[in-house]
Design a protein around this ligand. Structure first.
Ligand SMILES: Cc1ncc(COP(=O)(O)O)c(C=O)c1O
Length: 442
C-alpha cells in the first residue's frame, strides 16, 4: 500500500507566538518549551492559502472596480466573478454557474435558503422540516419563521447524531415546502444520509436544503448525487477567505431575496459583491478539488492516530459521532468528569489550540444542543473536546497533543469532587469484578 504523505505545505507567514513563561502564567501565556503553535480548530477557521491571497490582492488594488459598472474597470471585476462562480459550481458539481449566489457567510446562506424559500412558497404550504442538530443559523431562522406563522418539525437523531430518512418521510405533510438537514455536523462530524433524504423529498415534490458549510471543499459534494435543491457552503472551510460564501439554488427553484436593493446576483442578493473575497473563494475551491483526495487521506491518518491515542491513554473518554460516516478531519470526544473549557485553557498554555463544541456558542458556555439531541447528559456534554485537523497538521503534532493532554485531564480530575466520588465506585466495582456504571446517559 502506498504510504500517505502530507499534502504540500503552504507557507506560514503569520508571526509565531512569542512564548512567555513564569510562575503563575495565565492561560493566555504559552509554555516556552513549546516552540510551535499547534492549531487544530480548522472548523472554526482555516488559514488562508498564500496562493489564494496572491490571487485576491490585485482585486484590492488595480482591479478594484464595481462588477455592476459598465466600463473596463467594472468589467474586470465582473469577469472575476464569472470565473469564481464557475470554480464554485465545479466544486459542488452544479450544472450551471448561474445556480451559485454569492453571500457573505454560511449564516447568511442558511438564512437565505430557509427564509427565502419560506417566503417564496408560503402560498403552497407553511410547514418546514429540520433536524435537531442543525447549526444555529438554521435553528434560529426557523424560530423566526415560527413566529411568522410557519409550522416547524424538528427531527430527532440517534446516538451518533444521524437522522433516519424514514423519519423525514413520516414528517412530510401536504403542507411541507422544505426539508433542511445538514450534510455534515461541525461539532461531532457525523454525515447525514442526504442522498436518501433527497430521494424522498424529490419523490414527494418537496424542496431539500442542506447546510454543507462543514463539508463542501473538504469531502466530495455533488448536488446531483445528493438531489439537493439548495446547498450552503463557505470559503473559509477550505482555506479561502472569510467574507465569501455561497448558496446553490437549483435552476427553477424560486427564492425571495432577503435584501432589498439592486439587481446583483441576478436579482437574488442585492449589494455590491465582495470581489476580492469571492475571487479567493473561487481559487480555494479549485485547489480544494485538486487536492481533496490527498487532504482526506492525510486527515484520516491523523484522525486515527489522534482518536486511538486518546482512547488508549485517557480512561473514561467517549468518542462522539458516527463511527464510519464521519468527517475525516474531526475528532470529537467527551472527557468525563472534566470541563471542556478548563482543558482548553491548559492546552492553550501549551500553545495547542482546539475547541470545545461549536465556536458560535463557545463563549456562552451553553450546553451543545447537538449533544443534547444525541441523548448525552448535559453535565457530561460539558467535557467535550473538538479537534478539527488541517492539511498542515503533522503526526508529530498529534503525538505532542497525546503527550500533553493526559496529564492535564488527570490534574483536573484530581481537583474534581465528582471524579473522586466516581473513582471510589470504579475501585469497588473492580474489587467486585463488575463493570463500573455507564456514565454516558443520565
Ligand atoms: C455547519 C455550519 N453551518 C453554518 C455555519 C455558519 O457559518 P458562518 O460562521 O460562516 O456564518 C457554520 C460555522 O462554523 C457551520 O459549521
Amino acid at each position: 500500500m502506498p504510504s500517505i504523505e502530507p499534502p504540500a505545505p503552504h507557507r506560514d507567514e503569520s508571526s509565531p507566538h512569542v512564548p512567555t513563561s513564569g510562575p503563575g502564567a495565565s492561560p493566555k501565556q504559552v509554555n516556552p518549551m513549546t516552540q510551535d503553535r499547534i492549531y487544530m480548530d480548522h472548523v472554526a477557521a482555516a488559514p488562508l492559502l498564500p496562493e489564494v491571497l496572491d490571487a485576491m490582492m490585485p482585486y484590492f488594488r488595480e482591479h478594484f472596480g464595481n462588477p455592476s459598472s459598465m466600463h473596463g474597470v467594472g468589467e474586470k471585476a465582473e469577469e472575476a466573478l464569472t470565473q469564481a462562480r464557475r470554480q464554485v459550481a465545479e466544486l459542488i458539481h452544479a450544472r450551471s454557474p448561474g445556480e451559485i449566489v454569492f453571500t457573505s457567510c454560511g449564516t447568511e446562506s442558511n438564512n437565505f435558503a430557509l427564509k427565502g424559500v419560506a417566503l417564496a412558497y408560503q402560498n403552497k404550504g407553511r410547514h418546514i422540516v429540520v433536524s435537531s442538530v442543525e447549526h444555529f443559523s438554521i435553528m434560529h431562522a426557523v424560530k423566526t419563521l415560527e413566529k411568522m406563522g410557519f409550522q416547524i418539525t424538528h427531527l430527532p437523531v440517534d446516538g451518533t447524531g444521524r437522522v433516519d430518512p424514514d423519519e423525514v418521510d413520516r414528517a412530510i405533510t401536504p403542507q411541507t415546502i422544505l426539508v433542511s438537514v445538514m450534510h455534515g455536523n461541525n461539532e461531532v462530524g457525523t454525515l447525514q444520509p442526504i442522498a436518501e433524504i433527497g430521494r424522498i423529498t424529490r419523490a414527494k415534490g418537496v424542496l431539500l436544503h442542506t447546510d454543507a458549510v462543514a463539508t463542501a471543499g473538504v469531502i466530495p459534494v455533488d448536488v446531483e448525487a445528493l438531489q439537493a435543491d439548495l446547498l450552503s457552503l463557505s470559503a473559509n472551510a477550505f482555506y479561502g477567505p472569510k467574507g465569501a460564501a455561497a448558496l446553490y439554488i437549483r435552476k427553477g427553484v424560486r427564492i425571495h431575496p432577503l435584501l432589498d436593493g439592486g439587481i446583483q446576483e441576478n436579482g437574488r442578493r442585492a449589494g455590491t459583491e465582495n470581489v476580492p473575497a469571492i475571487v479567493g473563494m473561487g481559487v480555494a475551491a479549485e485547489i480544494a478539488l485538486r487536492e481533496m483526495d490527498n487532504r482526506i487521506a492525510w486527515a484520516r491518518k491523523l484522525q486515527k492516530r489522534l482518536q486511538e491515542g486518546i482512547l488508549e491513554r485517557i480512561p473514561h473518554v467517549v468518542l462522539l459521532g458516527h463511527p464510519v460516516d464521519r468527517l475525516p478531519q474531526i475528532v470529537s470526544v467527551l472527557v468525563e468528569y472534566v470541563e471542556g473549557e478548563s482543558m482548553l485553557l491548559f492546552l492553550d498554555m501549551e500553545n495547542i489550540q482546539i475547541a470545545s463544541g461549536s465556536a458560535c456558542i463557545s463563549r456562552s458556555l451553553k450546553v451543545s444542543h447537538v449533544m443534547l439531541a444525541m441523548g448525552i447528559d448535559a453535565a457530561l456534554a460539558q467535557g467535550s473536546l473538538l479537534f478539527s485537523l488541517g492539511k498542515d497538521n503533522t503526526e508529530e503534532q498529534v503525538d505532542r497533543v497525546l503527550e500533553v493532554l493526559p496529564p492535564i485531564v488527570q490534574r483536573l480530575r484530581d481537583m474534581s469532587p465528582l471524579y473522586k466520588k466516581a473513582a471510589r465506585t470504579f475501585r469497588s466495582s473492580a474489587d467486585a469484578g463488575t463493570a463500573g456504571p455507564d456514565p454516558r446517559r443520565s
